[in-house]
Design a protein around this ligand. Sequence first.
Ligand code: PMT
Length: 346
Amino acid sequence: MTQPLSSDTYFEHERPPATIQSDREKVADFVSRQRQAGRKVVLVTSGGTTVPLERNMVRFLDNFSAGTRGATSAEYFLEAGYAVIFLHRQFSLQPFSRHYSHSTNPFLELLTVETDQLDIDSNAGTPVPKIAIVPEARPKLLSVLAAYRECHAKGTLLTLNFVTVNDYLWLLRTVSVEMAALGRRAIFYLAAAVSDFFLPTQKMVEHKIQSGEGNLQLEMDQVPKILKPLVSQWTREGFIVSFKLETDPALLIPKARGALERYGHQVVIANDLHRRKFEVAFVSRLPTAPSSTGSSAPSVQFVEEWLTLPTEDVDAGKEIEVDIVARLVTLHEAWIEKGTVAINQT
Ligand code: PMT
């Protein structure tokens, strides 16, 4: 088995996206404004990354994620007073507009034509029927609009997007280096589903792969484990929350513990694909005193706190992200104050 590339080697060989410099400037400006305003900042990553198979890309591999977790959580962080850098897959769900996604709640369905009332067409100057919002959609629209307008007025939401895993890795590095200035007042909420394998540019064919050439065989390289440099180099004090998605429940907690052990960050939120909308586990480490056997290396213990929405809350439309974000805000406060994470075993 070949070893995964180090992140340094990756960034030496793979080119940055064309917008990296302007994105860096936007982030630096945003971070500096939020620091002046005394706000905490959270980076929310959201949606799946793609892996192109050709340089002139026609085909690509995709990663599962609609962006619901990220977009929903971003709204609750804004509500909790955080400024949000929302790094998302292009065209995946976004805060606020997610409530009116074209597939689940199409915008046109919210409109009604009031034939008995007229507006004046501003171009032609002639009377036209008035278009209004259907009454049953108004209360929710008003509250979404109020929150949307408030965050725009305060300038608390910065949105950046990626498509490929390469865009994602470059942007994550750039954003986290800029956010290091926030010290412990930054949260990294890594909900994006990131590709594990990719085709390095030098191994990629230039043009569209031809089907006439028979079976397609690909040998892909491992994407570097980016949490490692994130924790140990790019942002040493930030409160880092990664996600672990599994489909086999037996693997969920062991894999989450493994990630904590490997990367040394603060929290893994473990979620099972089929239960993720109503159940997650917060997994963390409890550093203990040196062992009584005389070994100076502290042994690591893990602690899990389960968060489960009761069925009646799910039926009433409650989103689990409300509770995830509320819990993280409390844990983050303790992190800022003491530099420790205090999860309760459940
Ligand atoms: O968007 P939805 O449809 O609502 O779905 C939400 C979700 C299920 C995608 C989300 O809750 C979730 O679990 N996201 C993480 C998915 C996952 O397990 O990703 P991963 O195994 O590729 O990565 C695990 C963690 O390591 C992630 O936090 C990732 O940011 C990080 N990672 C991954 C790859 C890599 N090369 N370096 C990394 O640091």
